[in-house]
Design a protein around this ligand. Structure first.
Ligand code: ZN
Length: 343
């Protein structure tokens, strides 16, 4: 009997290594049980295989019966609990439809994301600050990736001069608030997600309440005051912050999260850049595809964080110089005397 139990444990271990779902592992062990029972019934009593696997069909039948009783009992309990809990009467998170499964198939076959990772994306709530150059591509890829709830806050309207790089917006939507233009594009691309547009400026009086509804914050604004407000609020609520910025030919991105040992934005940038050193896009110009590169990287970091895949930019700052096709990643650390997250 011990031999069979060792084989069952080995099957479970192999299933764990191959990241097989529990149902598949139980199925393998069930098949092993059926095979052992068949050996006990079909082979003569003195057969070595029968002796090696216990010697008696009766013992295995009793063991199988016990497992069946325990399984039926726990299943009954679970069903009772499901019926009792009011929030379970109408499931807020229905199983993915076949259309969603097909849509997300390329994520699901990725070993590091898989079905469980895709489910976490669907359950996630992500807030994007700004629907401009960086926010637009981040929003598009979060929506396409099936992130279940995406909030976006911005008080700008779509302008002709945005369209050179903010490709979520269209010529026909010039004059429309950016958050509604982004919402239209996102829900047209993926009807399985919820988009929450906030057509207003992020201010200190609403920041905490708003951030409290989300698991992860993405900041793609070009306004220093907003950046520091976003950082302070994310630190206060213990939320990870993916922050990117661009000027002319260069972009940078990092994941800030003092709650997990990484620095906050103010640890790395204690003061806003001096006027003239970091010109705005309107003053200094910006290469059209550059915000898309960095915005897509924001979505990449978001998906990794939410799905628990790969190694994120926590504690590292990536700098992309498009003019010389150069990428550098530098380590950044917490400052104990940081005014926002320090002691
Ligand atoms: Zn800090």
């Amino acid at each position: 009997m011990a031999l069979v139990l060792v084989m069952a444990a080995a099957l479970w271990g192999i299933g764990h290594l191959m990241r097989m779902p529990y149902s598949a592992r139980f199925l393998m062990i069930g098949l092993l049980y059926v095979a052992v029972l068949a050996v006990q019934i079909a082979l003569p009593a003195s057969h070595p295989l029968r002796e090696a696997t216990g010697g008696s069909a009766g013992e295995w039948a009793v063991l199988g019966g016990l497992v069946a009783v325990v399984w039926a009992y726990s299943r009954g309990l679970r069903q009772l609990r499901t019926r009792v809990r009011p929030e379970n009467r109408a499931p807020a998170d229905p199983a993915p439809s076949s259309s969603e499964l097909e849509r997300n198939a390329r994520h699901i076959v990725l070993r590091e994301i898989g079905g469980p990772g895709q489910k976490r994306l669907k359950e996630a709530r992500v807030l994007v600050i700004g629907a401009g150059g960086l926010g637009a591509p981040a929003l598009q890829y979060l929506a396409a990736a099936g992130v279940g709830t995406i909030g976006v806050i911005d008080d700008d309207v779509v302008e002709n001069s945005n369209l050179q790089r903010q490709v979520i917006h269209t010529d026909a939507r010039i004059g429309m608030p950016k958050v509604f233009s982004a919402e239209a594009a996102m829900t047209a691309q993926n009807p399985h997600i919820t988009v929450r547009p906030y057509n207003r400026r992020l201010t200190a009086d609403i920041a905490r309440d708003l951030f409290g509804d989300y698991d992860l914050i993405l900041d793609g604004t070009d306004d220093a005051d907003t950046r520091y407000l976003v950082n302070e609020t994310a630190v206060a609520l213990g939320l990870p912050l993916i922050s990117a910025a661009i000027t002319q030919w260069e972009g940078q991105i990092s994941v800030f999260d003092p709650a997990r040992g990484a620095p906050c934005y103010a640890c790395v940038f204690p003061e806003p850049a001096a006027v003239g050193l970091a010109p705005s896009c309107a003053e200094g110009g910006v290469l059209g595809p550059l915000p898309r590169v960095l915005g897509a990287m924001m979505a990449v970091e978001a998906i990794k964080l939410l799905a628990g895949a790969g190694e994120t930019l926590l504690g590292r700052l990536m700098i992309y110089d498009a003019q010389y096709a150069d990428v550098r990643t530098i380590t950044v650390a917490r400052r104990p005397d940081c005014g926002v997250c320090g002691d």
